[in-house]
Ligand binder design. Structure first.
Ligand SMILES: Cc1cc2nc3c(=O)[nH]c(=O)nc-3n(C[C@H](O)[C@H](O)[C@H](O)COP(=O)(O)OP(=O)(O)OC[C@H]3O[C@@H](n4cnc5c(N)ncnc54)[C@H](O)[C@@H]3O)c2cc1C
Length: 315
């Protein structure tokens, strides 16, 4: 049975969640490796909002600052991705995309999600700029302008209600929401949300690349300044498949289950941020990472005492 590990903790993912966990563990004098493929979810946005004390920061600058803070406590970073994870007798073994295997007593998974947008020409080009998903992140910047809500499921009706808070001119592009019944139409109409059931075939842009509207299946155009849409979310968790972790079916898809401390169904594996919580924004992911980092330290503290007592008993 192995008694030594390369690290106390390996954290996979250096976004808001992973770096927050690393900060707690580094400050707890733990040896920590953070593996990261440097593709955070909000990388295409120029500014972040809804982050107290960090309003308007560039996401990459924010994470670079976080890394520097964490590195000052001795946390190490690796650029390889995690490709598989397996249990060992007393810990976890992570095999990376470059074929190296590293061991640790605990693992924190903080690898976020991937957003898949509907394959409409011109849509993906504006992701994080004029094609948006979260009004709390970017609604204020487009307030009062002509906003489209591009449905990707029947749940988009709620998004149309929400977006109306930021503008009097909202068009609900409803083709992928299914038929809009009379009650929904009445509610949306009561606050002048326009329902446009024709299918969007293209997002139109001017020569500078700015969004000008959408082209519909019959060739008509609707002028818009920004579009809100909910892409399909895919958690970046394939490397954990071999562990058979318990999952939770949510309206956004199937996600690994973790309790509020980040504990998964495997006692040596914790998870934080969007990988378990699709609604989490940056501060919520930071809070989950902070909690997971401190809980992992507590878990190791308990194990350190148990092992010390066992050694004394054995002697
Ligand atoms: C366009 C856009 C704009 C947004 N704007 C805001 C905003 O203004 N304010 C706000 O609060 N929230 C915003 N969000 C939400 C925010 O991006 C997420 O809530 C946050 O990034 C989640 O943090 P995380 O640490 O869970 O994941 P991420 O930040 O996505 O970090 C995960 C990290 O894990 C890495 N990774 C993935 N797989 C592996 C692997 N196998 N091995 C190693 N590393 C891996 C990735 O490369 C990435 O660096 C925005 C989201 C989008 C899509």
């Amino acid at each position: 049975m192995e008694t030594t590990h390369d690290f106390d903790v390996i954290i996979i993912g250096a976004g808001a969640a992973g770096l927050s966990a690393a900060q707690m563990l580094g400050r707890s004098l733990r040896s920590v490796l953070v593996l990261d493929t440097a593709s955070p979810r909000n990388r295409l946005a120029a500014h972040m909002h809804g982050i107290l004390g960090g309003d308007g920061l560039n996401p990459r600058d924010f994470l670079a600052r976080g890394r520097a803070e964490v590195a000052a406590y001795g946390v190490q970073f690796g650029t390889a991705g995690a490709s598989t994870v397996a249990e060992t007798a007393t810990g976890m073994a992570v095999t990376t995309t470059d074929g190296t295997t590293l061991t640790a007593r605990r693992l924190i998974a903080a690898t976020g999600v991937r957003d898949e947008l509907p394959p409409i020409p011109g849509l993906a080009e504006g992701w994080g700029r004029d094609v948006l998903h979260c009004p709390y992140c970017h609604g204020w910047e487009v307030r009062g302008s002509r906003l489209g809500v591009l449905a990707t499921s029947p749940m988009a009706v709620h998004q149309a209600h929400l977006i109306r808070q930021w503008s009097d001119e909202v068009v609900f592009l409803s083709a992928d929401a299914g038929p809009v019944d009379d009650a929904v139409a009445r509610t949306l109409g009561s606050r002048r949300v326009v329902i446009e059931p024709r299918r969007v075939v293209e997002v139109t842009r001017n020569d500078a690349g700015a969004l000008t509207g959408v082209r519909l299946a019959d060739g008509d155009e609707v002028a818009l300044d920004a579009i809100f849409t909910a892409g399909q979310l895919h958690p970046n968790d394939a490397y954990l498949d071999g562990l058979g972790l318990e999952r939770e079916e949510m309206p956004f898809g199937s996600f690994i289950h973790a309790d509020f401390t980040g504990k998964t169904s495997n006692p040596r594996v914790f998870a934080a941020g969007n990988i378990t919580s699709p609604m989490a924004n940056v501060p919520i992911s930071m809070s989950a990472g902070t909690m997971a980092g401190s809980m992992v330290n507590m878990d190791l503290v308990t194990e350190d005492f148990d092992l010390a007592a066992e050694r004394i008993d054995a002697a």
